[in-house]
Design a protein around this ligand. Structure first.
Ligand SMILES: Cc1cc2nc3c(=O)[nH]c(=O)nc-3n(C[C@H](O)[C@H](O)[C@H](O)COP(=O)(O)O)c2cc1C
Length: 205
C-alpha cells in the first residue's frame, strides 16, 4: 500500500489525487445573477446535502488560476440567491460547456443553449432542461484557505423551493433510473450509467 505524505506533494499532485479518490461527486449546475440581472451558469462538483432542518446544501467555489473570484461566488455574495440545477446525462454537453471561463457579463445560458425558466422565490432563473432545480437563499459561507489558488469558499444555501420534472417524481422521491445523474470523477471523467442496489440499513448485532 502506498502511504503518501501530503506535505511532500505540490498543489497539482494533491488536486489530482484528491479528485480521483473522492468519487463519484454529484454536480451542482449553479445559476446566479449579478446586481444588474446578468445571468451566469457553471458546474460545481464539490457539492453535497447538509441538513433537512433547515433544508440546506453546500458547494465550494475555488479561486481562478490568477487568484481572482469566479462569477458564481461574486454573484452569490452580491445577491445572496442561487439555483442548483441537476446535471443529468441528457445535459452532459451543456453542463460541460458551461464550465468554460467566459468573462463576467457573458451569460453561459445563451452560449450553451440552456433555457432560462423563471424561479418562484428567487431571482436567478433555473434551467428548464434540468430534471430537478433547487432554489436557494444564502445561509452561510466559510473560507477554507487563504483565498489563493486551491483554496475554497464553502457556500451553504437554504433550499426554499424545488422544481421536479413530472415523470421523475414517484411517491415523493426522485426516480433514480430516470434521473440519470451525472457525476464527476478524477481527471476529466464524468460518471454515468450508475448501477444501484437496494439494501436496508445495517442493524446493531
Ligand atoms: C464537472 C465540473 C465540475 C466542477 N467543479 C468545480 C468545483 O467544485 N468548484 C469550482 O470552483 N470549480 C469547479 N469547476 C470549474 C468551474 O465550473 C469553472 O471554473 C467555471 O468557469 C466557473 O464559472 P463562473 O466563473 O461563471 O462562476 C468544475 C468544472 C466541471 C466541468
Amino acid at each position: 500500500m502506498a502511504s503518501i505524505e501530503i506535505s511532500k506533494l505540490n498543489i497539482t499532485e494533491i488536486y489530482r489525487l484528491m479528485i480521483s479518490a473522492i468519487v463519484p461527486r454529484p454536480i451542482a449546475w449553479v445559476s446566479t445573477i449579478d446586481g444588474t440581472g446578468q445571468t451566469n451558469l457553471a458546474p460545481f462538483s464539490y457539492f453535497n446535502a447538509v441538513s433537512s432542518t433547515p433544508p440546506s446544501l453546500l458547494f465550494c467555489v475555488t479561486r481562478k488560476p490568477d487568484g481572482s473570484k469566479k462569477d458564481t461566488e461574486l454573484n452569490i455574495l452580491e445577491t445572496r440567491e442561487f439555483v442548483v440545477n441537476s446535471s443529468n446525462e441528457w445535459n452532459l454537453e451543456m453542463v460541460n460547456e458551461s464550465s468554460a471561463p467566459y468573462p463576467h457579463g457573458v451569460s453561459e445560458f445563451a452560449k450553451v443553449g440552456a433555457t432560462p425558466a423563471a424561479s418562484s422565490l428567487v431571482k436567478p432563473p433555473r434551467v428548464l432542461q434540468a430534471g430537478v432545480s433547487m432554489e436557494c437563499k444564502l445561509l452561510d459561507t466559510l473560507q477554507v484557505g487563504q483565498g489563493n489558488l486551491g483554496s475554497s469558499l464553502i457556500i451553504v444555501g437554504q433550499i426554499v423551493a424545488m422544481h421536479v420534472r413530472d415523470d421523475l417524481l414517484i411517491n415523493g422521491e426522485i426516480d433514480f433510473e430516470k434521473y440519470k445523474p451525472l457525476s464527476r470523477l478524477g481527471g476529466q471523467l464524468y460518471g454515468m450509467n450508475t448501477a444501484s442496489i437496494e439494501k436496508p440499513r445495517g442493524v446493531v448485532k
